[in-house]
Write a new protein. Structure first.
Length: 185
């Protein structure tokens, strides 16, 4: 499917928005690299394959909708109960979703080609707004890409356990793979 210029709606029904974490520290072998899915989010994109400067995107995610989907590595396999506990810690202690229920990204500039584009914008995470960059590609009606977020730049202290021997890396990678769905009307 070729993508025509126009407005598109995106969300969980059209694809996935995933957060990937890695572990560090002396106790890293005990922990897991995690894949966490944002289960409630929506985005609006204006796409013009012939004019990247005319493109834009706004993404709004429910910070309380993160669910652990996979944990790799570690001394023992990640259980469902472990995943629920990790999601609770992320909501309550790391993202403080009661105070900051929404994660928002608004583009300010798009450049490149459909095969390789870069989006600059503002990311609001845990109540702090800072510049962020997304890289991606558009092919066969799907948009795929990623952004690396350094948690401490948004005032987030990466999770640690065992008196700091096991820590999540400060950098997390957000990946997306979504089908463009034309907005109605």
């Amino acid at each position: 499917m070729d993508v025509s210029a126009g407005g598109y709606g995106l969300g969980p029904e059209s694809g996935q928005l995933l957060v990937h974490t890695t572990r560090t520290g002396l106790g890293a072998k005990a922990g897991h690299d995690l894949t966490i899915e944002v289960t409630r989010w929506h985005a609006e994109a204006t796409v013009d394959p012939a004019d990247p400067a005319g493109c834009s995107v706004t993404v709004e995610a429910d910070a309380g909708s993160l669910e652990v989907r996979e944990g790799t590595g570690g001394v023992k396999p990640l259980t469902e109960a472990d995943g629920r506990e990790i999601a609770r810690i992320v909501r309550e202690k790391i993202l403080q979703t009661r105070r900051h229920p929404t994660i928002m990204f608004r583009s300010s500039r798009v450049e490149g080609t459909p095969e390789e584009f870069r989006v600059e914008g503002e990311l609001t995470l845990a109540g702090v707004t800072r510049p962020a960059e997304v890289r991606g590609s558009l092919a066969e009606g799907r948009v795929r890409g990623s952004a690396v977020i350094v948690q401490s730049q948004w005032g987030i202290r990466p999770y640690s356990a065992f008196f700091g021997a096991l820590k999540l890396s400060d950098e997390v990678e957000v990946r997306f793979d979504v089908a463009l769905m034309p907005r109605d009307g």
